[in-house]
Design a binder for this molecule. Structure first.
Ligand SMILES: Cc1cc2nc3c(=O)[nH]c(=O)nc-3n(C[C@H](O)[C@H](O)[C@H](O)COP(=O)(O)OP(=O)(O)OC[C@H]3O[C@@H](n4cnc5c(N)ncnc54)[C@H](O)[C@@H]3O)c2cc1C
Length: 416
């Protein structure tokens, strides 16, 4: 692993950065591995890293159809928090927050995790009741969350308009340990650390088929770079998971929707925290580059277009301009979409499938970035031991058959 002093960084900058090493090898696919991970987003790369580091499985590969981080990991608005309603969810997401807190050190890679606080606005009496229920449930479960009056909310975020507006602010829930991280760095950091442990990262390697043996267990995948054999296959492909699982005849209760975000021209630091509103599907923070990072809602219909309806972003911007009038004159630089995979109860699926050797990590919908280290950690455990970690044991595929739902839907109109 390369380390540079300040002087050597300066010298490299002035000499055209000659001699820098790639951060991971350009691996060629081997005919067989002990395990394969499909999807080179944060969840897939993290899973490979924990498989190698904590379970000693180093003869493994991550198969990514594009470049790593080209899916939702590199498209999201990076909000991290753990104040979900049900104890199962809060425990899983808080496991992730704890791992986030040490991730830069663990990976020796600056993922720019910034605990600047996530404030969730309430605009109606109903919002306030829901938010207070979350605050009480979280505190009972040992997860920080607090209720703020409108004045306190404005003190925390001075640009917030709490006047007589279309979306009045009647209070807010604040998780101070919440915040943001640099999305690309998460993919790159896990990739570099996994590669250093011997994991092959195979980009431009699309999985086109899953082969099963006579007993029904997985035995190989067909890819655009050839057939690769493995007795264990973990799929973490976000919005495309149901397409891949269909290759093994496993139906999933998922719907895939485009979700959009946009960024403004960069300005000096003006926005100290993250503010989100589930009711109006809008949320905002400021990146270290100075851009306002603004998120909108999902389209109302399913599709794989990676771009959504313009009226959705307009709606989010109208709300942002009311809540933060000083941003009315900002110019938006670009917007984009990602395909999110939504379950009926808005909670993820992490576990075994009915097919021996086939594991799935999906259903994160609009809010899986925050879970990346925690989800990857427990998914690696599940693949290595062929049994769930206690934290993902409730998040089975069978819960949709058995009715043991973890219904975060009401709280997660937008689940960031
Ligand atoms: C606009 C937007 C904003 C969001 N904001 C937030 C937020 O603020 N906070 C939050 O917590 N979450 C947010 N999310 C959700 C979050 O981005 C995702 O839940 C999370 O990044 C999923 O990570 P992943 O690694 O599972 O998937 P991805 O990063 O999408 O990785 C899956 C990978 O699988 C690859 N793949 C697909 N099919 C194949 C195939 N056949 N063969 C090989 N590879 C394949 C894809 O190319 C992709 O790289 C947002 C999402 C979007 C789109």
């Amino acid at each position: 692993m390369q380390r540079f002093s300040g002087l050597s960084l300066l010298r490299r900058g002035l000499t055209g950065q000659r001699g820098w090493q790639p951060q991971w090898r350009r691996a060629e696919p081997k005919p067989a591995y002990d395990a394969l991970i499909v999807g080179g987003g944060g969840h897939g790369l993290g899973t490979a890293y924990y498989l190698a580091r904590e379970h000693g499985l180093t003869n493994i590969a991550v198969l990514e159809k594009g470049w790593i981080g080209s899916g939702n990991t590199g498209r999201n608005t990076t909000i991290i928090r753990s104040n979900y309603l049900f104890p199962e969810s809060a425990a899983l997401y808080d496991h992730a927050v704890k791992l986030w807190e040490g991730l830069s050190q663990t990976l020796n890679y600056n993922v720019m995790f910034s605990q600047r606080g996530v404030m969730m606005l309430a605009h109606t009496v109903h919002d306030a009741q829901v938010a207070k229920r979350h605050v009480h449930a979280n505190r009972a479960a040992g997860v920080d969350n607090e209720w703020l009056t409108p004045r306190e909310a404005q003190r925390f975020c001075p640009l917030l308009n709490i006047g007589d507006i279309r979306y009045p602010v009647v209070g807010a829930a604040l998780q101070r340990r919440g915040g943001t991280a640099r999305h690309d760095a998460v993919a790159w950091g896990y990739a570099r650390a996994a590669d250093a442990l011997g994991v092959d990262i195979l980009e431009n390697c699309e999985v086109t088929g899953i082969r099963r043996d006579a007993s029904g267990a997985v035995e190989a995948v067909d890819t655009t770079r050839g057939t690769i054999r493995a007795p264990r296959i973990g799929v973490a492909a976000a919005g495309h998971t149901s397409v891949i699982l269909a290759m093994a005849q496993v139906p999933l209760p998922l719907e895939s929707y485009p979700l959009q975000a946009l960024v403004s021209e960069p300005v000096k630091p003006v926005f100290p925290c993250v503010v989100m509103s589930n009711t109006i599907h809008a949320y905002i923070s400021q990146s270290d580059k100075g851009e306002l990072v603004i998120g909108a809602g999902t389209d109302a219909y399913t599709s794989y277009t990676q771009r959504g309806g313009p009226h959705i972003t307009n709606h989010a911007l109208e709300a942002i301009c009311e809540l933060f009038p000083m941003f009315r004159r900002m110019r938006m630089l670009r917007c984009w979409g990602g395909i999110v995979d939504v379950t009926p109860d808005r909670s993820p699926i992490i576990g075994k499938t009915g097919v021996p050797g086939l594991y799935v990590n999906c259903g994160w919908g609009t809010g899986g970035f925050k879970a990346t280290p925690g989800s990857a950690h427990v998914f690696a455990w599940t693949i290595a031991r062929d049994e769930p970690h206690p934290l993902n044991a409730p998040f089975t595929l069978e819960r949709f058959r058995d009715g043991n739902l973890i219904d975060e839907a009401a709280a997660a109109a937008v689940a960031h």
